[in-house]
Design a protein around this ligand. Structure first.
Ligand code: VG1
Ligand code: CO
Length: 551
């Protein structure tokens, strides 16, 4: 019977060899499942985290994951290692499931020493897919770059790790399981998360909107948000069950690539273009931090979404007072800047990756932020938050009585439209992509003033960020090139892939307030895309004449 074990816990020390490839990327350590299945691989990284953060005895740790293959195994292992390191309590969700924003919220609520999140986010799952793990600090935010580097350095020196022997854990039984001085607590993640959402949004109004016959479709892509969506949309808002698609979390995400974007979730684009399209179609990713929003005949691009949120926040009870400031990642379009300018608010520009927003949020400098990669969030957690974004839009539709296409057209009429697209070029040989970036970087000083396929370069630089809160500098965060025709191209390499390299090329062109706003983005950006290919000599370096994906 749990609880019958006597104190102190039995702890063994297990010898191992260090791995030297455990450097975290944009958001934690991500590798193929087969890499994680090497002897002691996960153990080495967890030991490195625990040694680096050195939690005080008796501290609480939040441990949860997105339900992908190896999730429960990982949670049991981390629990035993945490107990061996003197952690007093591990808190997880039922079945070990916690969405990334819910885990971030719990870290803050429980004043935990941090959280270990088992996720490779939007990467595919299953035995032949990806696995990942990341550490979040007591503020709930992702480890800053300096801490990630310290964990990596520690991992390179790990020759043994500690493991407590515990009886079998029951991750499916809510409540506390006591083992001497150590406790495992299994909580109802969706209930805790839904309560917070009720404090931010007008649930009565949204329920009435649904009762009036408006239709919602939320696709969980067989990932972590299914139970959360069921709790919020069906149980608390009364939406019919058919509002949810693929709501059961599965270890291989039912074969989905759980990345809510027009390529990997093309079926939702088709649904939006159907004559009987629901009023709001939405989806989230593997770990629940991304969001995709669609309305009849229209995808709301994430760059626009965060701008519309800022422009309309006063319509929502939780955001009536607006925000102290806002932020976007550098490659994200300047649609947000246009609204911030009109409202007289500071708009910060950070490198790619949510971790760069955390200091700004902690310091109260911003209250809303977003990335082009389908990530939007606010100050209630320190992670981007998929369902929060869906509720923001649902509340906006209910409060204004307007449709998504109507809201978007009005927005563009007022601020102009920033046509936007990201072109990804995937190569098996990472060296080719690195060579392209290196060459561009070397050519930067000579670019300004030059003519490039019909437009003059006004500024070309490698983005370097200086954090206004702690003064830390992050250099080489993406090459950005501005043109006289008000267009912009950004080049950077992905930091979340698990094979080869992906060159991301971000294209943007502003169409002023009185212009044409109903055109297709790809067509509007064709000239800028061509310019990007020429300037970066993309075909020369990658051998690809066309992008692997246009998102
Ligand atoms: C990508 C996105 C970035 C996002 C990161 C993590 O990184 O571009 O905006 O923060 O994924 O998102 P990269 O380095 O591959 O471009 V998630 O949902 O995987 O936590
Ligand atoms: Co994610």
């Amino acid at each position: 019977m749990p609880g019958a074990m006597s104190d102190p816990l039995q702890v063994s020390t297990i010898h191992c060899q260090p791995y030297r490839d455990q450097r975290p990327g944009t958001a934690g350590l991500r590798k193929k499942v087969e890499v994680f299945r090497q002897p002691h691989y996960l153990e080495t990284f967890v030991e490195a985290i625990l040694r680096t953060i050195a939690p005080p005895p008796g501290a609480t740790l939040i441990v949860g994951g997105d339900g992908r293959y190896l999730n429960e195994h990982g949670i049991e292992l981390i629990t035993r290692m945490a107990a061996a390191h003197g952690i007093g309590k591990v808190v997880t969700g039922i079945g070990g499931l916690l969405s990334t924003p819910a885990a971030s919220l719990l870290i803050r609520r429980q004043r935990a020493a941090g959280g270990l999140l088992l996720t490779a986010s939007h990467n595919p799952g299953g035995p032949s897919g990806d696995f990942g793990i990341k550490f979040n600090t007591p503020s709930g935010g992702q480890a800053p770059a300096s801490l990630s580097e310290a964990i990596f350095a520690t991992a390179c020196e790990i020759h043994d790790y500690r493991l407590a022997s515990l009886p079998p854990l029951d991750l499916h039984r809510p409540g506390r399981q006591r083992f001497g001085s150590f406790t495992l607590e299994v909580i109802d993640g969706p209930a805790v998360y839904a309560e917070l959402m009720e404090s931010l949004f007008d649930f009565e109004r949204m329920a009435a909107w649904l009762r009036d016959g408006h239709r919602l479709r939320f696709d969980a892509l067989h990932a972590v948000t299914g139970p959360y969506a069921e709790e919020i949309f069906c149980r608390r808002l009364g939406a019919p069950r058919e509002s949810l698609l693929h709501a059961e979390p599965l270890p291989d995400f039912g074969g989905f690539h759980p990345d809510p974007n027009p390529v990997d979730a093309a079926h939702l684009i088709a649904l939006a273009n159907d004559a009987a399209a629901p009023d709001l179609i939405a989806a989230s990713d593997g770990d629940g931090d991304r969001n995709m929003i669609l309305g009849p005949g229209m995808l709301v691009h994430p760059c626009d979404s965060v701008a519309v949120m800022l422009a309309n926040a006063q319509q929502l009870p939780g955001y009536r007072d607006g925000f102290p400031g806002v932020a976007r990642s550098m490659p994200t379009s300047r649609a947000l800047d246009a609204v911030a300018r009109e409202l007289g608010l500071p708009c910060y520009e950070t490198p790619t990756g949510w971790r760069y927003f955390c200091n700004l949020l902690d310091a109260g400098l911003i209250g809303l932020c977003g990335e082009e990669s389908f990530g939007t969030g606010a100050a209630h957690t320190r992670e981007k938050d998929g369902l929060w974004a869906v509720l923001f839009w649902l509340n906006l539709l209910a409060a204004t009585g307007r449709s998504i296409p109507d809201i978007m057209r009005r927005h563009w009429q007022r601020f102009g439209r920033h046509y936007y697209q990201r072109h990804d070029y995937h190569v098996d040989d990472a060296g080719r992509a690195e060579a392209l970036v290196a060459e561009l970087r070397a050519r930067l000083p000579a670019l300004a003033g030059q003519d490039c396929a019909g437009s003059r370069v006004t500024l070309a630089e490698d983005f370097c960020y200086r954090d206004p809160v702690d003064g830390s500098e992050s250099a080489q965060q993406g090459i950005r090139v501005f043109f006289a025709d008000d267009s912009r191209i950004v080049y950077r390499l992905s930091g979340t892939g698990t094979s080869g390299a992906t060159l991301r090329v971000y294209l943007e062109r502003h169409e002023p307030a009185a212009g044409r706003h109903d055109a297709e983005a790809g067509e509007q950006l064709a000239a800028v895309a061509k310019r990007a290919r020429l300037l970066g000599r993309i075909e020369h370096f990658t051998g690809l004449a066309e992008p692997s994906a246009r998102i």
